[in-house]
Design a protein around this ligand. Sequence first.
Ligand SMILES: [Zn+2]
Length: 500
Amino acid sequence: MQHPLSLYNTLTRRKDPFEPVNSPFVGVYLCGPTVYSEAHLGNARGPVVFDVLTRYLRHLGYTVRYVRNVTDVGHLESDADEGEDKMAKAARAQRKEPMQIAQHFANLYRQNMLALGCLPPDIEPQASGHITEQITMVEEIMANGFAYEVNGSVYFDVPRYNAERERYGKLSNRSIDDQLAGTRDTLAGQDEKRSPLDFAIWKKAAPEHIMRWPSPWGEGFPGWHLECSAMSRKYLGGLSDIHGGGLDLMFPHHECEIAQCQGSHTRTDESRFWMHNNMITVDGTKMSKSLGNFVLLGEMFKGPTATLTQAYSPMVVRFFLLQAHYRSPVDVSDEALQAARKGYRKLMNGLRLLEKLQLPEGTERAADTEKADAELRKLVADVFVGFNDDLNTARAIASLFNLLRKFNGFFANLTTLSTVSEAALAEATESYRTVVTQVLGLVDEPRANAEQLLELTLSFYQEAKTAKAYDKVDQIRAALKGQGIVIKDLKTGVDWAYEE
Ligand SMILES: [Zn+2]
Protein backbone atom coordinates (compact mmCIF):
# COMPACT_ATOMS: atom_id res chain seq x y z
CA MET A 1 0.00 0.00 0.00
CA GLN A 2 1.44 3.36 -1.01
CA HIS A 3 1.14 6.05 1.63
CA PRO A 4 3.55 8.19 3.64
CA LEU A 5 2.13 7.47 7.11
CA SER A 6 4.69 7.58 9.91
CA LEU A 7 3.92 6.89 13.55
CA TYR A 8 5.97 7.59 16.63
CA ASN A 9 7.04 4.26 18.06
CA THR A 10 7.82 4.35 21.78
CA LEU A 11 9.91 1.21 21.31
CA THR A 12 12.31 2.80 18.80
CA ARG A 13 11.85 6.35 20.14
CA ARG A 14 11.39 7.80 16.66
CA LYS A 15 8.80 8.21 13.95
CA ASP A 16 8.85 5.04 11.85
CA PRO A 17 7.16 4.55 8.49
CA PHE A 18 4.06 2.46 9.10
CA GLU A 19 4.43 -0.98 7.59
CA PRO A 20 2.05 -3.75 8.68
CA VAL A 21 3.33 -7.23 9.49
CA ASN A 22 0.87 -8.76 7.04
CA SER A 23 -0.53 -6.08 4.74
CA PRO A 24 -3.35 -5.28 4.00
CA PHE A 25 -4.32 -6.61 7.42
CA VAL A 26 -3.64 -4.44 10.45
CA GLY A 27 -4.09 -5.54 14.06
CA VAL A 28 -4.59 -2.80 16.65
CA TYR A 29 -4.91 -3.46 20.38
CA LEU A 30 -5.89 -0.76 22.83
CA CYS A 31 -5.73 -1.37 26.57
CA GLY A 32 -9.31 -0.81 27.67
CA PRO A 33 -10.93 0.25 30.93
CA THR A 34 -10.96 -1.47 34.29
CA VAL A 35 -14.72 -1.47 34.78
CA TYR A 36 -15.08 -0.74 38.49
CA SER A 37 -16.26 2.87 38.17
CA GLU A 38 -17.45 5.43 35.61
CA ALA A 39 -15.03 6.79 33.02
CA HIS A 40 -13.74 10.35 33.32
CA LEU A 41 -12.51 12.70 30.60
CA GLY A 42 -8.92 11.50 31.00
CA ASN A 43 -10.05 7.93 30.23
CA ALA A 44 -11.64 9.07 26.95
CA ARG A 45 -8.53 10.36 25.23
CA GLY A 46 -7.04 6.98 24.33
CA PRO A 47 -10.25 5.53 22.86
CA VAL A 48 -10.89 8.70 20.80
CA VAL A 49 -7.31 8.88 19.50
CA PHE A 50 -7.18 5.20 18.59
CA ASP A 51 -10.64 5.43 17.04
CA VAL A 52 -9.29 8.09 14.67
CA LEU A 53 -6.18 6.00 14.04
CA THR A 54 -8.23 2.93 13.04
CA ARG A 55 -10.55 5.12 10.95
CA TYR A 56 -7.56 6.62 9.16
CA LEU A 57 -5.96 3.21 8.54
CA ARG A 58 -9.26 2.06 7.03
CA HIS A 59 -9.38 5.23 4.96
CA LEU A 60 -5.93 4.31 3.60
CA GLY A 61 -7.40 0.98 2.49
CA TYR A 62 -6.23 -1.38 5.25
CA THR A 63 -8.40 -4.13 6.70
CA VAL A 64 -8.20 -3.35 10.39
CA ARG A 65 -9.01 -5.63 13.31
CA TYR A 66 -9.40 -3.41 16.33
CA VAL A 67 -9.34 -5.02 19.76
CA ARG A 68 -10.18 -3.05 22.90
CA ASN A 69 -10.33 -5.18 26.02
CA VAL A 70 -12.31 -4.90 29.22
CA THR A 71 -10.41 -5.53 32.45
CA ASP A 72 -12.71 -7.21 34.93
CA VAL A 73 -10.22 -9.09 37.05
CA GLY A 74 -6.66 -8.85 38.31
CA HIS A 75 -6.18 -5.05 38.40
CA LEU A 76 -5.14 -4.43 41.98
CA GLU A 77 -5.45 -1.10 43.75
CA SER A 78 -1.80 -0.40 43.39
CA ASP A 79 -0.40 -0.98 39.91
CA ALA A 80 2.20 -3.12 41.63
CA ASP A 81 1.04 -6.43 43.01
CA GLU A 82 -0.55 -5.17 46.16
CA GLY A 83 -3.89 -4.21 47.55
CA GLU A 84 -7.35 -5.51 46.84
CA ASP A 85 -8.67 -6.21 43.36
CA LYS A 86 -10.40 -3.01 42.17
CA MET A 87 -13.47 -4.96 41.03
CA ALA A 88 -13.78 -6.94 44.24
CA LYS A 89 -13.43 -3.80 46.32
CA ALA A 90 -16.23 -2.02 44.45
CA ALA A 91 -18.39 -5.15 44.70
CA ARG A 92 -17.87 -5.40 48.44
CA ALA A 93 -18.61 -1.71 48.99
CA GLN A 94 -21.85 -1.92 46.97
CA ARG A 95 -22.83 -5.44 48.10
CA LYS A 96 -22.96 -6.71 44.55
CA GLU A 97 -21.42 -9.50 42.53
CA PRO A 98 -18.12 -8.41 40.92
CA MET A 99 -19.53 -9.42 37.52
CA GLN A 100 -22.56 -7.20 38.17
CA ILE A 101 -20.22 -4.27 38.74
CA ALA A 102 -18.27 -5.19 35.60
CA GLN A 103 -21.41 -5.43 33.47
CA HIS A 104 -22.84 -2.15 34.76
CA PHE A 105 -19.71 -0.09 34.14
CA ALA A 106 -18.85 -1.84 30.87
CA ASN A 107 -22.33 -0.92 29.56
CA LEU A 108 -21.91 2.65 30.71
CA TYR A 109 -18.46 2.82 29.14
CA ARG A 110 -19.79 1.57 25.77
CA GLN A 111 -22.59 4.15 25.87
CA ASN A 112 -20.15 6.97 26.58
CA MET A 113 -17.75 5.84 23.85
CA LEU A 114 -20.57 5.59 21.30
CA ALA A 115 -21.73 9.08 22.25
CA LEU A 116 -18.16 10.30 21.70
CA GLY A 117 -18.33 8.85 18.19
CA CYS A 118 -15.97 5.93 18.81
CA LEU A 119 -16.87 3.00 16.57
CA PRO A 120 -17.33 -0.20 18.56
CA PRO A 121 -14.17 -2.33 18.55
CA ASP A 122 -14.21 -5.45 16.37
CA ILE A 123 -13.44 -7.61 19.39
CA GLU A 124 -13.96 -6.61 23.02
CA PRO A 125 -12.51 -9.46 25.06
CA GLN A 126 -12.88 -9.63 28.83
CA ALA A 127 -10.05 -10.82 31.03
CA SER A 128 -12.30 -13.17 33.02
CA GLY A 129 -13.28 -14.94 29.80
CA HIS A 130 -9.67 -15.75 28.96
CA ILE A 131 -8.33 -17.48 32.06
CA THR A 132 -7.30 -20.62 30.14
CA GLU A 133 -5.21 -18.60 27.67
CA GLN A 134 -3.54 -16.79 30.56
CA ILE A 135 -2.72 -20.01 32.42
CA THR A 136 -1.17 -21.38 29.22
CA MET A 137 1.04 -18.33 28.97
CA VAL A 138 2.16 -18.66 32.60
CA GLU A 139 3.08 -22.29 31.91
CA GLU A 140 5.11 -21.31 28.85
CA ILE A 141 6.99 -18.61 30.75
CA MET A 142 7.75 -21.09 33.55
CA ALA A 143 8.87 -23.73 31.06
CA ASN A 144 11.30 -21.19 29.59
CA GLY A 145 12.71 -20.52 33.04
CA PHE A 146 11.51 -16.94 33.42
CA ALA A 147 8.98 -17.45 36.20
CA TYR A 148 8.85 -19.31 39.53
CA GLU A 149 6.12 -20.39 41.92
CA VAL A 150 5.99 -19.49 45.60
CA ASN A 151 3.03 -20.57 47.77
CA GLY A 152 0.56 -20.73 44.88
CA SER A 153 1.63 -17.45 43.26
CA VAL A 154 3.80 -17.24 40.16
CA TYR A 155 6.28 -14.40 39.67
CA PHE A 156 8.09 -13.25 36.56
CA ASP A 157 11.85 -13.46 37.12
CA VAL A 158 12.95 -10.06 35.83
CA PRO A 159 16.73 -10.27 36.56
CA ARG A 160 17.03 -13.66 34.87
CA TYR A 161 14.99 -12.53 31.88
CA ASN A 162 17.07 -9.37 31.65
CA ALA A 163 20.30 -11.36 31.74
CA GLU A 164 19.31 -14.16 29.40
CA ARG A 165 16.72 -12.89 26.98
CA GLU A 166 15.83 -9.21 26.54
CA ARG A 167 16.55 -5.93 28.21
CA TYR A 168 13.78 -5.34 30.75
CA GLY A 169 13.08 -1.60 30.45
CA LYS A 170 13.62 -1.31 26.73
CA LEU A 171 10.18 0.18 26.15
CA SER A 172 10.21 2.75 28.94
CA ASN A 173 13.97 3.28 28.54
CA ARG A 174 14.82 2.61 32.17
CA SER A 175 17.93 0.85 33.32
CA ILE A 176 17.66 -2.02 35.78
CA ASP A 177 19.74 -0.04 38.28
CA ASP A 178 17.36 2.91 38.15
CA GLN A 179 14.41 0.61 38.58
CA LEU A 180 16.05 -1.09 41.55
CA ALA A 181 16.77 2.26 43.16
CA GLY A 182 13.11 3.12 42.81
CA THR A 183 11.87 -0.09 44.43
CA ARG A 184 14.28 -0.48 47.34
CA ASP A 185 11.87 0.90 49.92
CA THR A 186 8.90 -1.09 48.74
CA LEU A 187 10.31 -4.57 49.27
CA ALA A 188 8.51 -4.92 52.58
CA GLY A 189 5.56 -7.27 52.23
CA GLN A 190 6.85 -8.67 48.98
CA ASP A 191 8.94 -11.39 50.54
CA GLU A 192 7.75 -14.00 48.08
CA LYS A 193 9.62 -12.24 45.31
CA ARG A 194 13.25 -13.02 44.67
CA SER A 195 13.77 -9.50 43.38
CA PRO A 196 11.69 -6.36 43.94
CA LEU A 197 11.58 -6.03 40.14
CA ASP A 198 9.67 -9.30 39.75
CA PHE A 199 5.95 -9.06 39.10
CA ALA A 200 3.07 -11.47 39.65
CA ILE A 201 1.66 -13.25 36.63
CA TRP A 202 -0.57 -15.46 38.77
CA LYS A 203 -1.72 -14.68 42.30
CA LYS A 204 -2.94 -17.11 44.92
CA ALA A 205 -6.45 -16.16 46.04
CA ALA A 206 -6.80 -15.38 49.72
CA PRO A 207 -9.78 -17.17 51.35
CA GLU A 208 -11.97 -14.03 51.16
CA HIS A 209 -11.12 -13.34 47.51
CA ILE A 210 -14.27 -13.85 45.41
CA MET A 211 -12.86 -13.97 41.88
CA ARG A 212 -10.85 -17.20 41.70
CA TRP A 213 -10.12 -19.94 39.23
CA PRO A 214 -8.45 -23.35 39.53
CA SER A 215 -4.92 -23.53 38.13
CA PRO A 216 -1.90 -25.84 38.31
CA TRP A 217 -0.77 -23.71 41.28
CA GLY A 218 -4.03 -23.85 43.21
CA GLU A 219 -6.97 -21.43 43.17
CA GLY A 220 -6.05 -17.93 42.14
CA PHE A 221 -6.36 -15.21 39.56
CA PRO A 222 -4.15 -13.77 36.79
CA GLY A 223 -1.90 -10.74 37.18
CA TRP A 224 -3.22 -7.63 35.44
CA HIS A 225 -0.46 -7.39 32.83
CA LEU A 226 -1.01 -10.94 31.65
CA GLU A 227 -4.49 -10.54 30.14
CA CYS A 228 -3.42 -8.12 27.41
CA SER A 229 -0.54 -10.34 26.29
CA ALA A 230 -2.75 -13.42 26.19
CA MET A 231 -5.70 -11.75 24.44
CA SER A 232 -3.55 -9.81 21.98
CA ARG A 233 -1.86 -13.08 20.98
CA LYS A 234 -5.20 -14.88 20.68
CA TYR A 235 -6.88 -12.29 18.47
CA LEU A 236 -4.01 -10.55 16.65
CA GLY A 237 -1.37 -13.28 16.50
CA GLY A 238 2.09 -13.36 18.06
CA LEU A 239 3.01 -9.95 16.66
CA SER A 240 0.35 -7.28 16.28
CA ASP A 241 0.91 -4.02 14.40
CA ILE A 242 -0.04 -1.39 16.96
CA HIS A 243 -0.47 -1.61 20.71
CA GLY A 244 -1.77 1.52 22.36
CA GLY A 245 -2.59 3.06 25.67
CA GLY A 246 -2.02 6.10 27.85
CA LEU A 247 1.50 7.18 28.79
CA ASP A 248 0.82 5.95 32.32
CA LEU A 249 0.57 2.39 30.97
CA MET A 250 4.05 2.40 29.45
CA PHE A 251 5.54 1.26 32.74
CA PRO A 252 4.98 -1.18 34.26
CA HIS A 253 1.98 -2.47 32.26
CA HIS A 254 3.37 -2.43 28.72
CA GLU A 255 6.93 -3.18 29.78
CA CYS A 256 5.60 -6.31 31.49
CA GLU A 257 3.54 -7.24 28.43
CA ILE A 258 6.65 -7.26 26.25
CA ALA A 259 8.53 -9.32 28.86
CA GLN A 260 5.69 -11.84 29.02
CA CYS A 261 5.57 -12.24 25.25
CA GLN A 262 9.34 -12.49 24.90
CA GLY A 263 9.47 -14.85 27.89
CA SER A 264 6.72 -17.14 26.56
CA HIS A 265 6.87 -19.25 23.40
CA THR A 266 5.76 -16.18 21.41
CA ARG A 267 9.22 -14.57 21.56
CA THR A 268 8.18 -11.25 20.03
CA ASP A 269 7.74 -7.71 21.35
CA GLU A 270 3.98 -8.45 21.16
CA SER A 271 3.50 -5.50 18.81
CA ARG A 272 5.60 -3.79 16.18
CA PHE A 273 4.47 -0.26 17.14
CA TRP A 274 3.88 0.82 20.72
CA MET A 275 1.95 4.10 20.86
CA HIS A 276 1.16 6.19 23.92
CA ASN A 277 -1.24 9.08 24.20
CA ASN A 278 -0.48 11.90 26.62
CA MET A 279 -2.63 12.87 29.57
CA ILE A 280 -5.47 15.29 30.21
CA THR A 281 -4.47 17.79 32.86
CA VAL A 282 -6.33 20.18 35.16
CA ASP A 283 -4.27 23.28 35.92
CA GLY A 284 -1.26 21.35 34.72
CA THR A 285 -1.83 18.28 36.94
CA LYS A 286 -2.77 14.91 35.48
CA MET A 287 -6.48 14.15 35.75
CA SER A 288 -6.86 10.96 37.76
CA LYS A 289 -9.23 9.14 39.99
CA SER A 290 -6.73 9.06 42.83
CA LEU A 291 -6.17 12.84 42.80
CA GLY A 292 -9.92 13.49 42.70
CA ASN A 293 -9.54 16.20 40.03
CA PHE A 294 -11.55 14.31 37.43
CA VAL A 295 -14.77 15.14 35.61
CA LEU A 296 -16.99 12.18 34.71
CA LEU A 297 -18.06 11.99 31.08
CA GLY A 298 -21.72 11.49 31.96
CA GLU A 299 -21.70 14.61 34.14
CA MET A 300 -19.80 16.64 31.58
CA PHE A 301 -22.40 15.89 28.86
CA LYS A 302 -25.18 17.07 31.19
CA GLY A 303 -23.26 19.82 33.02
CA PRO A 304 -22.54 21.92 34.96
CA THR A 305 -20.04 20.05 37.15
CA ALA A 306 -17.92 21.01 40.14
CA THR A 307 -15.22 22.36 37.83
CA LEU A 308 -17.10 23.27 34.62
CA THR A 309 -19.79 25.93 34.47
CA GLN A 310 -21.86 24.32 31.72
CA ALA A 311 -22.54 21.16 29.73
CA TYR A 312 -20.38 20.20 26.77
CA SER A 313 -21.82 17.88 24.16
CA PRO A 314 -20.01 14.64 23.25
CA MET A 315 -18.97 16.00 19.82
CA VAL A 316 -17.50 19.13 21.38
CA VAL A 317 -15.55 16.91 23.78
CA ARG A 318 -14.37 14.78 20.85
CA PHE A 319 -13.19 17.88 18.97
CA PHE A 320 -11.50 19.12 22.15
CA LEU A 321 -9.55 15.86 22.40
CA LEU A 322 -8.57 15.90 18.72
CA GLN A 323 -7.55 19.53 18.37
CA ALA A 324 -4.26 18.63 20.06
CA HIS A 325 -1.65 16.15 18.89
CA TYR A 326 -2.11 12.95 20.89
CA ARG A 327 1.45 13.11 22.30
CA SER A 328 0.93 16.56 23.85
CA PRO A 329 -0.80 17.08 27.17
CA VAL A 330 -4.14 18.90 27.05
CA ASP A 331 -5.38 21.11 29.85
CA VAL A 332 -9.12 21.17 30.40
CA SER A 333 -11.04 24.31 31.36
CA ASP A 334 -14.27 26.09 30.44
CA GLU A 335 -12.25 28.40 28.24
CA ALA A 336 -10.60 25.55 26.32
CA LEU A 337 -13.89 23.69 25.89
CA GLN A 338 -15.68 26.82 24.68
CA ALA A 339 -12.93 27.37 22.12
CA ALA A 340 -13.38 23.74 21.07
CA ARG A 341 -17.12 24.29 20.67
CA LYS A 342 -16.43 27.22 18.36
CA GLY A 343 -14.05 25.13 16.30
CA TYR A 344 -16.46 22.20 16.11
CA ARG A 345 -19.33 24.47 15.00
CA LYS A 346 -17.11 26.03 12.38
CA LEU A 347 -16.41 22.60 10.89
CA MET A 348 -20.14 21.75 10.95
CA ASN A 349 -21.04 25.04 9.26
CA GLY A 350 -18.50 24.06 6.64
CA LEU A 351 -20.38 20.82 5.97
CA ARG A 352 -23.59 22.75 5.37
CA LEU A 353 -21.80 25.23 3.14
CA LEU A 354 -20.57 22.50 0.78
CA GLU A 355 -24.12 21.92 -0.48
CA LYS A 356 -24.38 25.54 -1.55
CA LEU A 357 -21.15 25.80 -3.52
CA GLN A 358 -22.72 25.88 -6.98
CA LEU A 359 -21.62 28.03 -9.86
CA PRO A 360 -24.57 30.34 -10.63
CA GLU A 361 -26.36 29.42 -13.83
CA GLY A 362 -25.11 31.29 -16.85
CA THR A 363 -21.65 31.95 -15.37
CA GLU A 364 -18.88 30.99 -17.76
CA ARG A 365 -16.10 28.80 -16.34
CA ALA A 366 -12.60 30.21 -16.88
CA ALA A 367 -10.72 28.72 -19.83
CA ASP A 368 -7.64 27.97 -17.75
CA THR A 369 -8.27 26.66 -14.23
CA GLU A 370 -4.95 24.88 -13.84
CA LYS A 371 -3.33 27.25 -11.35
CA ALA A 372 -6.42 27.64 -9.15
CA ASP A 373 -7.01 23.88 -9.23
CA ALA A 374 -3.45 23.23 -8.09
CA GLU A 375 -3.90 25.67 -5.20
CA LEU A 376 -7.09 23.97 -4.11
CA ARG A 377 -5.49 20.52 -4.35
CA LYS A 378 -2.56 21.72 -2.27
CA LEU A 379 -4.96 22.79 0.51
CA VAL A 380 -6.50 19.30 0.48
CA ALA A 381 -3.10 17.56 0.43
CA ASP A 382 -2.02 19.60 3.49
CA VAL A 383 -4.83 18.00 5.51
CA PHE A 384 -3.36 14.56 4.85
CA VAL A 385 0.16 15.75 5.56
CA GLY A 386 -1.11 16.30 9.11
CA PHE A 387 -2.56 12.80 9.49
CA ASN A 388 0.51 11.18 7.93
CA ASP A 389 2.83 12.97 10.35
CA ASP A 390 2.26 10.74 13.38
CA LEU A 391 -1.51 11.25 13.31
CA ASN A 392 -1.16 14.94 13.99
CA THR A 393 -4.86 15.81 14.18
CA ALA A 394 -4.02 19.32 15.41
CA ARG A 395 -2.22 20.00 12.16
CA ALA A 396 -4.89 18.27 10.07
CA ILE A 397 -7.63 20.37 11.68
CA ALA A 398 -5.66 23.59 11.14
CA SER A 399 -5.37 22.64 7.45
CA LEU A 400 -9.09 21.88 7.31
CA PHE A 401 -9.74 25.42 8.52
CA ASN A 402 -7.52 26.74 5.71
CA LEU A 403 -9.54 24.76 3.20
CA LEU A 404 -12.73 26.00 4.80
CA ARG A 405 -11.52 29.60 4.46
CA LYS A 406 -11.22 28.96 0.74
CA PHE A 407 -14.78 27.56 0.62
CA ASN A 408 -16.04 30.61 2.53
CA GLY A 409 -14.33 32.82 -0.04
CA PHE A 410 -16.16 31.02 -2.84
CA PHE A 411 -19.45 31.26 -0.99
CA ALA A 412 -19.10 35.01 -0.47
CA ASN A 413 -19.06 35.40 -4.24
CA LEU A 414 -20.27 32.29 -6.03
CA THR A 415 -19.17 33.54 -9.43
CA THR A 416 -15.55 33.05 -8.26
CA LEU A 417 -16.23 29.31 -8.48
CA SER A 418 -15.68 29.82 -12.20
CA THR A 419 -11.92 29.98 -11.53
CA VAL A 420 -11.69 26.28 -10.57
CA SER A 421 -12.70 23.18 -12.46
CA GLU A 422 -15.75 21.19 -11.46
CA ALA A 423 -13.55 18.16 -10.81
CA ALA A 424 -11.13 19.97 -8.48
CA LEU A 425 -14.02 21.46 -6.52
CA ALA A 426 -15.73 18.07 -6.21
CA GLU A 427 -12.49 16.49 -4.97
CA ALA A 428 -12.01 19.23 -2.39
CA THR A 429 -15.56 19.15 -1.05
CA GLU A 430 -15.57 15.35 -0.93
CA SER A 431 -12.24 15.31 0.93
CA TYR A 432 -13.53 17.84 3.45
CA ARG A 433 -16.69 15.82 4.05
CA THR A 434 -14.80 12.51 4.34
CA VAL A 435 -12.13 13.82 6.68
CA VAL A 436 -14.57 15.58 9.00
CA THR A 437 -17.23 12.88 9.24
CA GLN A 438 -15.42 9.60 8.46
CA VAL A 439 -11.86 10.12 9.70
CA LEU A 440 -12.27 12.61 12.54
CA GLY A 441 -15.71 11.12 13.21
CA LEU A 442 -17.29 14.52 13.86
CA VAL A 443 -20.96 14.58 12.96
CA ASP A 444 -23.67 17.16 13.29
CA GLU A 445 -25.50 16.98 16.61
CA PRO A 446 -29.16 17.96 16.83
CA ARG A 447 -28.97 21.73 16.64
CA ALA A 448 -32.18 22.79 18.29
CA ASN A 449 -34.83 21.64 20.67
CA ALA A 450 -37.77 20.43 18.53
CA GLU A 451 -40.27 21.10 21.30
CA GLN A 452 -39.20 24.75 21.53
CA LEU A 453 -39.38 25.20 17.75
CA LEU A 454 -42.89 23.76 17.78
CA GLU A 455 -44.00 26.15 20.51
CA LEU A 456 -42.56 29.02 18.49
CA THR A 457 -44.47 27.89 15.38
CA LEU A 458 -47.70 27.69 17.40
CA SER A 459 -47.20 31.26 18.61
CA PHE A 460 -46.85 32.41 14.97
CA TYR A 461 -50.01 30.46 14.16
CA GLN A 462 -51.86 32.19 16.98
CA GLU A 463 -50.67 35.62 15.80
CA ALA A 464 -51.76 34.89 12.22
CA LYS A 465 -55.18 33.77 13.45
CA THR A 466 -55.65 36.91 15.55
CA ALA A 467 -54.65 39.03 12.53
CA LYS A 468 -57.10 37.01 10.39
CA ALA A 469 -54.24 36.22 7.98
CA TYR A 470 -55.93 32.98 6.88
CA ASP A 471 -53.43 32.26 4.10
CA LYS A 472 -50.66 32.15 6.73
CA VAL A 473 -52.83 30.08 9.06
CA ASP A 474 -53.38 27.44 6.33
CA GLN A 475 -49.74 27.50 5.40
CA ILE A 476 -48.57 26.78 8.96
CA ARG A 477 -51.22 24.05 9.36
CA ALA A 478 -50.10 22.35 6.16
CA ALA A 479 -46.39 22.61 7.05
CA LEU A 480 -46.92 20.95 10.43
CA LYS A 481 -49.21 18.32 8.94
CA GLY A 482 -46.34 17.44 6.66
CA GLN A 483 -44.37 16.64 9.84
CA GLY A 484 -47.18 14.47 11.23
CA ILE A 485 -48.37 17.18 13.64
CA VAL A 486 -51.93 18.56 13.82
CA ILE A 487 -52.83 21.92 15.34
CA LYS A 488 -55.79 21.95 17.71
CA ASP A 489 -57.79 25.16 18.10
CA LEU A 490 -59.07 25.34 21.66
CA LYS A 491 -61.12 27.95 23.39
CA THR A 492 -58.18 28.68 25.62
CA GLY A 493 -55.63 28.91 22.81
CA VAL A 494 -53.84 26.42 20.58
CA ASP A 495 -52.23 23.07 21.17
CA TRP A 496 -50.74 20.33 19.04
CA ALA A 497 -50.96 16.55 18.82
CA TYR A 498 -49.44 13.79 16.72
CA GLU A 499 -51.62 13.00 13.72
CA GLU A 500 -53.41 9.71 14.53
ZN1 LIG B 1 -3.34 -3.71 28.76
